[in-house]
Ligand binder design. Structure first.
Ligand code: ADP
Length: 493
């Protein structure tokens, strides 16, 4: 099966269940190019019954997958990595038409994905546990990490290709089987294309399953994740708003949840920062994928001595970013995903300007193409600067500071805690500040978006919990204690 051969309309009207492309029993829904609303694919509008079949296939496949030897699992992951690399151009085109991703962003995701597959290929050889000493004479205690069972995943539309791997590959690498429900906005790049890749690589039937759903059906279809006893963990990548609803459901069902949510991601440019490097890092960090990634920089605090030059040079660099159809390899800024996304950013820019903010550049749009926007002198009560609700688009707020501690306190005073950056030539000072940041990730002299496949990425506070890289072993395994006694016991009765 080839869902997508690089151009034109394609048919994605099947789920991938138990190693087979299962034609949708019911209706389909249209997936459209966010640039021009052209039809990209028809996708299957799955039902709770489809999802139940997929969960049962994953449950049936669990024992064999969990017990597959590490060498065999390694070969499968390495093969999948090669397929990802081979299909690079096709994946770039798919992410452009389905998600509005520029080549810069899709290539970044493809490289991270094959790197993660190659990393994960070795995790089967990580130590399986510990042998502990016991106070009881003659007793040995063994602690072994065991996979959980079926891990269900919600995969998002934004960094669709990479974040989907992140959602199901980490659990699979530690012996779990998976079922995913891709975002309605990108069913192919957030799941179906992965099914094709794993199928070609030869993954066993049922180890990985995908059921797509139409907009409006998400709650009914994903209900199965919470009610089915075989599902032992739900791995969600999306907004904190939806995570609160699903978290309550998981609580009622007593299921483990792993959450990768939003961020507000500040950058501190200290008085001794390399200005050119800071401008490059902020342009990339704020505007990659037109600001629709959880790790995009949202607010930059710049020392007053550098502020004016920083703002004018940054604006110049940002104005040079080509806006348009991401199928053009020169384009950096593609369309926002929906009209609602355009309306949200525009309302927030207007709100800030109405309150007295200075619009340095941007603030205009054509269709869903929103010009990268920079605001300065933003009053503290403007929605875009409070950090209470992420603006998921190309909007950056810049603020001058005199006192680094005050700037640091302000940068921390947000509900999110995903990523942060500090730009300084004094690396020791940077590291000292970095250690005090209450975020899951902090970089000194790098953008807030500095992901690497092997490094643990994840948030604190409203940005969620759980980590990528091999640290995901904590999220997707449980510890089993076994003891063995070689001497007769001593009992009180
Ligand atoms: P975004 O706004 O970035 O699309 P959301 O958090 O709204 O992110 O959605 C992420 C995923 O959660 C999607 O797959 C969507 O189908 C699903 N979803 C949204 N609302 C619900 C809900 N009430 N119940 C179950 N799933 C939902």
């Amino acid at each position: 099966m080839t869902l997508f051969a690089g151009a034109g309309t394609t048919s994605a009207t099947s789920h991938f269940i138990n190693g087979e492309w299962t034609e949708a029993s019911g209706p389909t829904f249209a997936v459209r190019n966010p640039l021009n609303d052209e039809l990209v694919a028809d996708a299957a509008a799955g039902t709770a019954a489809d999802m139940r079949t997929a969960v049962e296939a994953a449950a049936a496949a669990f024992h064999a997958w969990a017990n597959l030897n590490p060498g065999a699992r390694q070969q499968l992951f390495l093969k999948a990595a090669d397929i990802v690399d081979r299909r690079h151009e096709e994946l770039v085109a798919l992410m452009a038409v389905e998600g509005g991703a520029s080549r810069a962003f899709s290539s970044f995701q493809i490289r991270l994905s094959s790197a993660m597959l190659r990393q994960a290929a070795g995790w089967g050889y990580l130590p399986a546990g510990d042998v502990l000493r016991s106070d009881v004479p003659g007793r040995t205690a063994m602690v072994t990490r065991k996979p959980l069972g079926v891990v269900a995943g919600f995969t998002p539309w934004n960094g669709a290709f990479y974040l989907a791997w992140r959602t199901f590959l980490l659990p699979m690498a530690f012996g779990n089987t998976t079922v995913i429900k891709p975002s309605e906005l990108a069913p192919m790049s957030a799941g179906l294309i992965h099914a094709e890749i794993l199928e070609e690589a030869g993954f066993p039937a049922g180890s990985f399953n995908v059921v797509t759903n139409a907009p409006g059906d998400a709650a009914a279809v994903s209900e199965v994740f919470f009610e089915h006893p075989a599902v032992r963990c739900i791995n969600f990548t999306g907004s904190d708003k939806t995570a609160r609803i699903l978290g309550a459901q998981a609580g009622r069902a007593l299921k483990r949840m792993v959450l990768e949510l939003g961020g507000f991601n500040p950058v501190l440019v200290l008085d001794d920062a390399d200005l050119e490097e800071s401008i490059k890092a902020v342009t990339f960090g704020a505007f990659l994928h037109q600001g629709q990634v959880c790790m995009n920089s949202r607010k930059v605090y710049v020392h007053r001595s550098l502020h004016d030059e920083f703002v004018s040079r940054l604006a110049e660099r940002v104005q040079a970013l080509k806006i348009g159809d991401p199928l053009d390899p020169e384009v950096i800024i593609g369309p926002l995903i929906t009209d609602q996304a355009v309306a949200q950013i525009h309302e927030r820019v207007q709100d800030a300007v109405d309150r007295g903010a200075t619009l340095v550049t941007g603030g205009t749009f054509e269709g869903r193409l929103y010009a990268p926007t920079i605001l300065t002198h933003v009053p503290a009560d403007a929605i875009c600067t409070t950090g209470s609700d992420e603006t998921f688009g190309p909007l950056l707020v810049i603020e001058a500071f005199d006192d680094v501690d005050a700037a640091f306190r302000d940068a921390q005073d947000v509900p999110y805690g995903l990523s942060a950056s500090i730009m300084t030539r004094d690396r020791a000072r940077g590291l000292d500040l970095a250690q005090r940041f209450d975020t899951g990730i902090v970089h000194v002299n790098a953008p807030t978006m500095a992901s690497e496949a092997a490094l643990p990425v994840g948030g604190v506070k409203d940005s969620g919990w759980g980590r990528s890289g091999h640290y995901a072993v904590e999220d997707f395994t449980e510890v089993r204690l076994a003891t063995m006694s070689s001497e007769p016991g001593r009992y009180p009765f």
